[in-house]
Design a protein around this ligand. Structure first.
Ligand code: BGC
Length: 781
């Protein structure tokens, strides 16, 4: 590398554009193209409006307890990055599901730091095997969304290191390309200026990649650089970049620090723009395998599942999420999903061909903003046709068109480097809606700009004033929209058109929907009738993609009240009900006790439909175990409320007793424990013994199907904690000795300003869930 001048070095410390870093061709420094993640390639793509593959959310991947599988999913996303011309992905998210209310909990692998660290490192290795860099985020203690731009996490040093930094340490050891600093403060200092954290990362762990600011998350020039930040994103520069020159001249920052930051950025740019190695694995098959591997079977009374096709003559599929599944949450990293992805209902109907399958939603699928079930304007796709115009008056030909089967679209400015969202322009969404009932149909529309909706050419909604773009996620979550009724008759087809004009702003959103005249009482009554007449019921409940959003936490762990009422009524009508929960985080699952079976599917990505059909029918087993505790009551969670106090402080009072550790310390029994779940077979746990530092566990598949078990190893002191696990697949009657290697990092305690090893005899327990220990063994370390 030719020696950079101070000006050149400074220029590398801030981005060039929304998703691109600065290039200095003469010094052999290429530009790095970035994209948001983790569920797929969300932005910064070559063609921004391409659909992309959507993998299961991190909670579903964590539930698989299968690092090898998670690595393959990371490689799949890496393949997508290669296809899209992306060099580095802002993922994995290795913050912790500390509270079940966290708005982004679905993006977290687990409440457990070890499982999160192992999963994040595996995903990182997989992604990077394709020549694409990983950028684990958000460092650190960004485990909630309320006031995330200002919140100050107050956390003691032991907890910071053993719990919240541990997953980042795993990712660093896996060779992660960079790290993204968080928006919040930790112990009074912005994460983008956290000298204490950056010293641990760079000096103690020897991490040589750049620390990158979360988007727009910088606050000063000298504070950033002296705090260890290497790259301000996005570009163009606001606090760092060229301003670093002045800071050096004023003696506020050393020239060496700027050179070091530039070196880190330049190294990453060279490394991740090099040779690409897309994976060869079939993505369709992997997305189904991964979705099923994360599904957790929590109850299965009388072995209701699997519902072997042909055994029952009539199956009722009930519930809003069967036809309107929640594939992903509402972050800026939302993936444009292929409209061809089979819904659970379609996949079940296909798998149970020959069986009578009836469907009743039971409740309105989208209580806030309904969906927009239309055919594209040219008639050959599902969803609205979206035309993008450079002319704010929708003049001329569209510069681009696509079909999007969703009721909400969010665009980040500069998603298109040379795009149309940084200046006034327009979007037209249009589709054909066919009424399925007689009566008033209510149409909804909301947007961050001026918006006008017409039905068959007649304007029904017209709003000129702009909505604050800054609260796009909040508006969406609340379903803020104007609405108007249009009388339609069964079978009537109308053309729905929305014209949206906007100014340049950081974020833009457009959302719409239509609600038929069906009454809630009639929907519920039809569902109950269907349940009563069926031999078995699959009841698919859960969330919508606006239930969990970035920048907002959730108020409680409850499922929507009308869905709970639906569960009560359906379970009273039929004893053979399997509930499928399409919820991306820990939830109040008490309603599951009245059903024969309860399966937690999380947000399983685009493989949801076929994976669910395969699990219900027994073609696959549900392979997951709980990566988060499902408590009996909200008060039992060691951390719940996420609103900082008046000073902006959020006290991490649960300390190292996060999640199940805290319940265990207080002797509180959860409804469903961390690590719990079962497949379709059963295992005999025969013996366990220490073998050097390892633990050897003999288990046998004692059921009549092949299946998998997760062997979990816990320490008891200084507090109960997962220290290792291994997933094993065994055929019928097969016996195996499973070796579990305890993770050395779980045997050091931060005490008196240094690491202390837990030496001597250490008592460990091993079992199939955190509340079911089969053997206790004393090991010598
Ligand atoms: C989010 C990050 C994301 C970034 C870029 C931020 O608002 O916190 O997770 O990677 O935006 O989209």
């Amino acid at each position: 590398m030719s020696k950079l001048t101070l000006e050149e070095a400074a220029s590398l410390t801030a981005g060039a554009a929304m998703w691109r870093t600065v290039a200095i061709p003469d010094a052999d420094v290429p530009a790095l193209h970035l994209s948001d993640g983790p569920m797929g390639i969300a932005s910064g793509r070559v063609d921004e409006r391409d659909v992309a593959r959507l993998s299961p959310c991190a909670t579903a991947l964590g539930a698989s307890f299968d690092p090898a599988l998670i690595e393959r999913v990371g490689a799949l996303v890496g393949g997508e990055a290669v296809r899209c011309g992306v060099d580095m992905v802002l993922a994995p998210n290795v913050n912790l599901a500390r509270s079940p209310l966290a708005g982004r909990a679905f993006e977290y692998y687990s409440e457990d730091p070890l499982l999160t660290g192992i999963a994040g490192a595996a995903w990182t290795r997989g992604l990077q095997s394709t020549g694409t860099g990983a950028c684990p985020k958000h460092m650190v203690c960004n485990d909630s969304e309320t006031d995330r731009d200002r919140m100050n996490a107050v956390v003691d040093e032991r907890t910071l290191r053993e719990i919240y930094l541990l997953p980042f340490e795993f990712c660093a050891a896996a060779g992660a390309g960079a790290m993204l600093t968080a928006y919040n403060r930790v112990n009074g200092t912005w994460c983008a200026e956290q000298g204490h954290v950056s010293t641990i990362v760079k000096q103690e762990w020897g991490f040589d990649g750049p620390l990158i600011s979360d988007w727009f998350g910088t606050h000063s020039t000298a504070g950033s650089l002296n705090g260890g930040l290497d790259l301000e994103m996005p570009g163009p520069a606001r606090f760092v970049g060229a301003k670093a020159v002045g800071a050096v001249e004023a003696g506020e920052v050393s020239a060496d620090r700027v050179a070091d930051a530039a070196d880190r950025v330049a190294r990453a740019a060279r490394r991740w723009t090099g040779a690409k190695r897309p994976p060869t694995e079939d993505a369709d098959a992997l997305l189904v395998e991964a979705a099923a591997a994360g599904m957790v079977l929590l109850r299965n009374e009388g072995e209701l599942l699997p519902l072997v096709p042909g055994r029952d003559a009539r199956i009722a599929v009930i519930g809003p999420n069967a036809a309107a599944p929640c594939y992903q949450g509402g972050t800026f990293a939302k993936i444009a999903l292929s409209p061809d992805a089979a819904r659970p209902l379609e996949a079940i109907v296909e798998r149970y061909a020959g069986v009578e399958v009836v469907y009743e939603p039971g409740v309105d699928p989208q209580p806030r903003l309904p969906s927009m079930p239309v055919a594209s304007i040219d008639g050959d796709g599902r969803g609205m046709t979206i035309d993008y115009f450079a002319d704010p008056d929708l003049g001329g030909e569209p510069i681009y068109s696509e079909v999007r089967d969703t009721n909400s679209l969010v665009w980040f400015v500069g998603v298109h480097d040379e795009g149309v969202f940084d200046r006034p322009a327009a979007v037209r969404a249009s589709g054909w809606f066919t009424a399925e009932a007689d009566g008033p149909h209510r149409f909804y529309v909301g947007a961050t700009g001026a918006v006008r909706m017409t039905v068959d050419g007649r304007a029904i909604l017209d709003r000129a004033e702009r909505m604050a773009a800054s609260d796009v996620m909040g508006s969406l979550k609340r379903g803020d929209a104007d609405s108007a009724d249009v009388m339609l008759t069964t079978g009537q087809r109308v053309r729905v058109e929305v014209a949206f004009t906007y100014d340049g702003a950081r974020v833009h959103g457009l959302w719409y929907g239509v609600r038929g005249p069906d009454s809630a009482a009639a929907m519920l009554a039809r569902a109950v009738d269907a349940a009563r007449a069926a031999d078995a019921v699959v009841l698919i409940v859960g969330e919508t993609s606006d239930s969990s959003v970035e920048s907002k936490d959730r108020p409680d762990t409850a499922l929507a009240a009308e869905q709970v009422a639906l569960i009560d009524a359906v379970c009273a009508a039929n004893p053979r009900v399997a509930i499928v929960a399409n919820i991306g985080h820990a939830f109040d699952a008490r309603w599951g006790e009245q059903a024969a079976a309860l399966l937690s599917a999380w947000y399983p990505g685009e493989g949801f439909g076929p994976a669910l059909a395969a699990v219900l029918s027994g073609d696959r087993e549900p392979g997951g175990r709980l990566p988060v505790t499902l408590a009996r009551s909200e008060a039992d969670y060691p951390a719940l409320a996420l609103t900082p106090d008046d000073r902006g402080d959020l006290a991490y009072d649960d300390g190292v007793l996060v999640g199940y550790r805290g319940l265990a310390a207080r002797g509180v029994a959860p409804l469903h424990a961390f690590g719990a779940g079962r497949g379709y077979t059963r295992f005999d746990w025969i013996a366990a013994e220490a073998d050097g530092g390892n633990v050897l566990v003999t288990i046998r598949n004692a059921g009549d199907r092949a299946g998998s078990e997760v062997v979990q190893l816990y320490r008891h002191d200084p507090e109960f904690a997962l220290v290792g696990f291994a997933k094993v697949h065994l055929g019928v009657g097969e016996q195996a000795v499973v070796r579990v290697t305890p993770e050395p990092r779980l045997f050091r305690i931060w005490r008196d300003d240094r690491w202390t090893q837990l030496d001597g005899p250490v008592r460990l327990s091993v079992g199939p869930a955190s509340d079911r220990m089969s053997f206790t063994i004393d090991t010598n370390r």
